[in-house]
Write a protein that binds this ligand. Structure first.
Ligand code: FAD
Length: 391
């Protein structure tokens, strides 16, 4: 009787894990099912370009069936609850499902209600609908004060709001309205970015481009009618346009199964990626409580670890410590405008590294974006990464 593996979620984390498992395990050894209600996979980094009117919105999602390797079953339904002790989950339409191993790759959800006035008073690029709304507003924008900031941590892709501010500045310059626009970047920290090395690199670029960096702004409330933002630190900021990353939480299913911490993030072993207290349940990608960047690259590196952990257990051997242990690796491109980009790399074994901004990293990112859909199915990204220069 084949072992039953269920992957919940068909984002980067879920698709990579399911496809890697299908490559490694014959169908006689395991059946692999991916459960997701949408049937669509979204390329989320593209939302930023949609908001800036630099990319069309209709090429950013694909049917999950075209991204799964043969033999993987797609179940179009939502998991409403999971009982890790019984190895059972409840679906909203199709009843119950039992599993031997489950991987929770349920990502994040937006929690705009967590900050009063946020929904009515601000815009964002953290969903396709949000990015499309922002694009329409920016098309009409003719000048004034724009605030770019963060209304709650953690959120996916920590450099995204900074990149947005830099690329927005470039777009407004091209449109000839930069001199009529004040851009203020509100950081919840004492610097532009959590990573000190990246901050040291980016802050002079912000200054050079006339973007004001305002430290210690933790958003408490927004007054949509008066167009004012209030910070926990007691400051008030007036705006014509406020673009804020909304607060995020883990999936409702995590809360409803009693698995999450107060933010709905899943307590996860940082090395094996097992959900704490359960040998056969794994968490991966944005859904975990790990103190590392919520990023597609994190999900990508974690998926190889989970695939090795589960394959080893099914094959009755110990996981290979080199491939079956996660060491906090994440890699993030940051577009700086002017066809320049940098790359930030973190892992447990080295201090954070940041590459000198260059055209080269802009081109690497461009190539990665074109290869994205193939990397999901083939795991090509794991091999291509070895050919990049060390930073
Ligand atoms: C604007 C923006 C820019 C970004 N830029 C970058 C970047 O440059 N580089 C980078 O590495 N990362 C970037 N990211 C982050 C990256 O996109 C995410 O970290 C990544 O998509 C997370 O993948 P995931 O699979 O964990 O979650 P998701 O992709 O969010 O997928 C979660 C899936 O789980 C499903 N799901 C949730 N609950 C249930 C349930 N109860 N039952 C069944 N299915 C469920 C959802 O439908 C969804 O399909 C960016 C993100 C944004 C928003």
């Amino acid at each position: 009787m084949p072992i039953g593996i269920v992957v919940v979620g068909s984002g980067v984390a879920g698709l990579h894990t399911a496809n890697l498992l299908a490559r490694r395990l014959p169908s006689s050894a395991a059946t692999i099912r991916v459960v997701d209600p949408t049937g669509q996979h979204a390329y989320q980094p593209g939302w930023l370009s949609v908001a800036l009117d630099l990319a069309p919105s209709d090429r950013l999602s694909r049917d999950v069936r075209t991204l799964l390797r043969p033999g993987i079953e797609l179940v179009l339904d939502k998991v409403v609850r999971l009982d890790p002790t019984a190895g059972k989950l409840w679906l909203s339409r199709l009843g119950t499902m039992s599993y031997d191993y489950a991987v929770l790759a349920t990502g994040t959800r937006l929690d705009r209600d967590a900050v009063p006035g946020l929904e009515e008073g601000t815009l964002d690029f953290y969903s396709l609908e949000g990015a499309s709304r922002l694009r329409e507003t920016l098309r009409e924008f003719t000048g004034g004060t724009i605030l770019v900031g963060i209304a709650g941590v953690p959120y996916p892709c920590p450099p995204a709001p900074l990149e947005f501010a830099l690329r927005l500045e470039e777009v407004l310059r091209r449109r000839g309205i930069r001199d009529r626009t004040r851009i203020r970047y509100l950081s919840p920290l004492n610097r532009a970015f959590p990573n000190e090395v990246a901050s040291a690199l980016v802050e002079p670029i912000l200054e050079e481009r006339g973007i004001e960096m305002v430290p210690f702004v933790n958003v408490e409330e927004v007054d949509p009618a008066g167009k004012r933002l209030f910070s926990l630190e007691g400051e008030t900021f007036s705006y014509d346009l406020a673009i804020l990353v909304p607060p995020h939480r883990g999936s409702a299913m995590v809360d409803d199964s009693g698995l999450g911490d107060p933010g709905g993030w899943i307590p996860t072993d940082p090395a094996t990626l097992q959900v704490r207290g359960y040998d056969r349940l794994f968490a991966i990608g944005d859904a975990t409580d790990l103190p590392i960047s919520k990023a597609g690259s994190t999900a990508h590196f974690e998926s190889a670890v989970v695939a090795e952990q589960i394959s080893a257990a099914i094959e009755g051997r110990l996981p290979d410590p080199r491939t079956g242990t996660y060491r906090g690796k994440a890699v993030c491109f940051v577009g700086l405008g002017g066809r320049r980009a940098t790359i930030i790399q973190v892992d447990e074994d080295h201090p954070p590294r940041v590459a000198r901004p260059s055209r080269f990293w802009h081109l690497v990112r461009w190539a990665f974006e074109r290869a994205y859909w193939r990397t999901l199915k083939t795991g090509l990204g794991f091999r291509a990464e070895r050919f990049l220069p060390r930073i």
